[in-house]
Design a protein around this ligand. Structure first.
Ligand SMILES: C[S@@+](CC[C@H](N)C(=O)[O-])C[C@H]1O[C@@H](n2cnc3c(N)ncnc32)[C@H](O)[C@@H]1O
Length: 246
């Protein structure tokens, strides 16, 4: 694992939020189960030609991607798995989830790194770039710049970008989106304590900047992707899976 130095406060924040995030995964509040049915189908389809080189930006603990890989054949469909994240506790769990899915970690690499820095300097080629509930943390120009880097590392292998993320409805403003999101948290996220819920809603108001599908399509086309397709929407209409082809 490549380790970059980050300050202690940032690590403490990631550690604290990671424990809460694991409850979100266990309770399926972000609807990973539904959304990853689509991710799994895309991987299965792409793996028909040859084993895949997969880059997972903001991989977290890789819980759902590991389940998807295991379900479609594990090591037989994977040439390599590269996970990138700033959270050390999450990366440690990722290692054990990927080990379970692939039978060993011989084909896997992790980078404790900012995914913007990593993608800017990455010199490897990939079949799939996955970004799941992570791109919405960037502002619009940074999203565009990251999509350009993703397109670059996918272009030689005619790969695809699987974007699982929060999306605003057409014509929905960011404050309107946040209001809808806060209603969902208040009414549905009942397994969290009041303190955890308020920590999450604070985080969402500060850091969640989802695009509309139309904005994302424009950014993806400007980055060189030739096709942008919504393949699955969550029940709560807060997130979806979008497939970008080079
Ligand atoms: C909401 S979690 C998603 C984790 C996982 N992909 C999933 O779908 O469950 C967002 C992840 O992105 C990571 N993250 C956020 N900003 C990052 C950045 N700039 N560079 C690297 N990782 C980042 C966080 O540490 C966290 O693990």
């Amino acid at each position: 694992m490549t380790v970059q130095r980050i300050n202690l406060n940032a690590e403490e924040i990631f550690q604290k939020q990671w424990l809460t995030y694991q409850t979100l995964l266990q309770e399926d509040y972000l609807e990973h189960r539904t959304l990853y049915e689509a991710v799994q189908s895309i991987i299965l389809d792409r793996a028909r030609k040859h084993p895949l080189r997969i880059l997972d930006l903001g991989c977290g603990d890789s819980d759902y991607i590991a389940r998807a890989l295991e379900a479609v054949g594990g090591a037989s469909v994977v040439e390599s798995y590269t996970g990138v994240d700033l959270s050390e506790p999450a990366l440690a769990i990722s290692e054990s989830n990927i080990h379970r899915a692939l039978g060993s970690n011989d084909k896997a690499t992790w980078h404790h790194s900012n995914f913007v820095t990593f993608s800017n300097s990455c010199q490897e080629d990939f079949d799939i770039v996955l970004m799941s509930f992570a791109l919405h943390h960037l502002d619009e120009p940074s999203k565009g710049a990251l999509l350009k880097q993703a397109q670059r590392v996918l272009s030689k292998r005619a790969g695809c970008f699987i974007l699982v993320d929060l999306f605003r409805q057409p014509d929905e403003s960011l404050p309107q989106y946040h209001e809808r999101q806060q209603e969902e948290v208040t009414s549905m996220w009942t397994a969290l304590s009041t303190e955890e819920r308020s920590c999450m809603t604070d985080h969402m108001l500060k850091f969640d900047m989802p695009e509309t599908h139309a904005n994302m399509e424009a950014l993806a086309c400007a980055a060189g992707f030739t096709s942008v397709e919504s393949v699955k929407e969550a029940r709560n209409e807060l997130s979806m899976v979008v497939l970008l082809k080079v």
